[in-house]
Structures are given as C-alpha cells and as structure tokens.
Write a protein that binds this ligand. Sequence first.
Ligand SMILES: Nc1nc2c(c(=O)[nH]1)N[C@H]1C(S)=C(S)[C@@H](COP(=O)(O)O)O[C@H]1N2
Ligand SMILES: [Mo]
Length: 203
Amino acid sequence: MSEGFFSRGFRGRRPQSNQDARIPPGQYLERGFPVLSAGPTPGTSLATWDFSLFQENEPLKRWTWDEFRTLPRESVTKDIHCVTKWSKFDTNWEGVSLDTLLGQVNYQANYVIAFSDGGYTTNLPLEDVLGGKAWVVYTYDGQPLAPEHGGPARLLVPHLYFWKSAKWVRGLRLSDTDEPGFWESLGYHNHGDPWKEERYQGD
Ligand SMILES: Nc1nc2c(c(=O)[nH]1)N[C@H]1C(S)=C(S)[C@@H](COP(=O)(O)O)O[C@H]1N2
Ligand SMILES: [Mo]
C-alpha cells in the first residue's frame, strides 16, 4: 500500500463523516455569517414596529414591540442552510415560537405567508411552522439582532432553506390557499427542504 493512499484515508475520514452527517447534500460549512438581502435594509423604529396576524385579509391580532417582548421567549441553537450552498452550525437565537403566537388566535389555515418591511414575502405550510419548528427571533448570539440580519426581528425556520427565514418580518397571513412568496415566484422551490435539495422548481 502506498503511503499516499494510507495517509489520505487516515486523515480525512473521521472528522469528515461527523461533519457530513450535519451538512445537507451540496452544502459547504461557513464560519462567518454572510448577509443576503434582495433589497436595502429597512429602518423601522421600535416605536412604530408591530407584529400582526391576519386571517386572509382580516386582522386577528397585533402586538407592539413592548407587547411582543412580554411574550414567552425561547433560546434555540440550530444549523442553518442557505440555497446558495453555505451552511452554518449552531447559530443561537432568542424569540417567540410560532406555536405561542398562533396559540393566541382562532384561525383556519393550511398555509402561512410571512410578510416583511420592504415587501419580501415567503410561504410555508402550517405544519412547517408548528410543533417547535419556527420562531420570530430578536437576538442572535445574545445580542439584539443586527439590522442586516433582519433586526429588529426575523422569522427563523431552520429546517428549511434560509430564504424561508424572512428578515424584518412584520406579520403572518393565515390562509387556506398556498400562494408563492418573493423567491418562490422567481423560481425557487415552493417548499425548500435542504435534505431533499429542494432548491429550485422541479427539484
Ligand atoms: N426580508 C428579507 N428576508 C430575507 C431575504 C431578503 O432578501 N429579504 N433573503 C433571504 C435569504 S435568500 C437568505 S439566505 C437569508 C439570509 O439571511 P442573512 O442575511 O441573515 O444571512 O435571509 C432570507 N430572508
Ligand atoms: Mo439564501
């Protein structure tokens, strides 16, 4: 056996297989925190910020920033996966689960569309945001969420590609019908499961 063969096999295998188990197909590990925004960073002041739930076009509930901050919060540490192929391990966030938010209203829905300052939207099946799978987060790494990363608050749906985690989120529209959001209308996959490589329409 050649030395080259031996050491190649020896060096790479173990750490690589541990890492591979956490990295969805086609992704690479990123240590920084890239910023990806389709438009400018909006600058909504906390005095005017609110978060609203709608049933179709009918308002169900609205929280001001101060009211939102009194809701029960959770700390979550999750891996995130961007469709542009970077993944980041162990990102830590604090915020309110969608179970908590949706638990405060009566609604009839199979789908949710998140809407943001600046006009960004993204659609999600209800089952992808309930059961401890989605949060509206306002801290990252123990600090207030930076504006470029979606502050004051963003959606976090870590089990789907990161475009589903709408930055500068201002509310959710609950609906019986599915309606593509911003990237979904431009050819991204409607669902976006990184483990199934649901990147683009037809994947
Ligand atoms: N409002 C808004 N939310 C958004 C986006 C955006 O352009 N606008 N980009 C999405 C995409 S494609 C990704 S990968 C992540 C990037 O989040 P980051 O800039 O904090 O890394 O935000 C998502 N949420
Ligand atoms: Mo992305």
